[in-house]
Ligand binder design. Sequence first.
Ligand code: SAH
Length: 251
Amino acid sequence: MVNFVGAGPGAADLITLRGKELLEKADIIIYAGSLVNKELLQYAKSDAEIYNSAYMTLEEVIATIQKAEAVHKETVRLHTGDPSLYGAIKEQMDELDRLGISYKVCPGVSSFSGAAAALSLEYTLPDVSQTVIISRMEGRTPVPPGEKLRKLAKHKSTMVLFLSSGLAKETKEELLLGGYDTTTPVAVVYKASWPEEKVVRGTLSELDTLMEQNNITKTALIIVGDVLDSEYEKSRLYAADFSTEYRKATK
Ligand code: SAH
């Protein structure tokens, strides 16, 4: 049995209880060493075999799992944040399907939630934006034509960009071409929830300079949108004149 486990954004206590229990029971742990906090490996059994997938190919990861399965050992494949976002888990699951190896996924706290917490931010404010677009600037990994940043930017919703901090200038240009104003608020969160977390705020026109000044070129999220700094309508859910399944309107 293989468990794909979300490690959370960084801080070791942001893994889920279920994820921690799976780590404690695992015979084999294959962790994404480039971003997963090594402190999490403290939860491993003393005789667990531990592999860093940063040094491995897909074939090597699968071969390691196959070897463990042959002797009925439990594997945890530990991915950063939540495995469903830019986790490259589908290609692993497809291989496991082909080999008849069963697996499950344990969700994790994505860095996009970690970044909102660092900013004390609500991504969805009534009247400002009720939509969060999660995407990335096109880099070595191509992006489908309908999802170029300039197209997504047309919505002027809240946007959270992964894997784009090495391309700050291009990101800024695409967002401006799409229609965000130069004064649209932006924030960059570097290593959300890690001790070295850094938060930078400014406007879209300053995005690349701010990142350069703060030496942020990786492990960061770029957040764009008026929710970062805006007047908004209070939610209807808690309004006195709004009845819900649990509460009658009092006004
Ligand atoms: N599955 C992960 C994302 C993996 S892609 C998740 O849910 O968070 C790797 C990218 O995620 C990085 O390039 C960076 O953009 C972002 N990232 C991962 N951890 C981060 C953190 N602690 N703070 C800010 N960005 C982070």
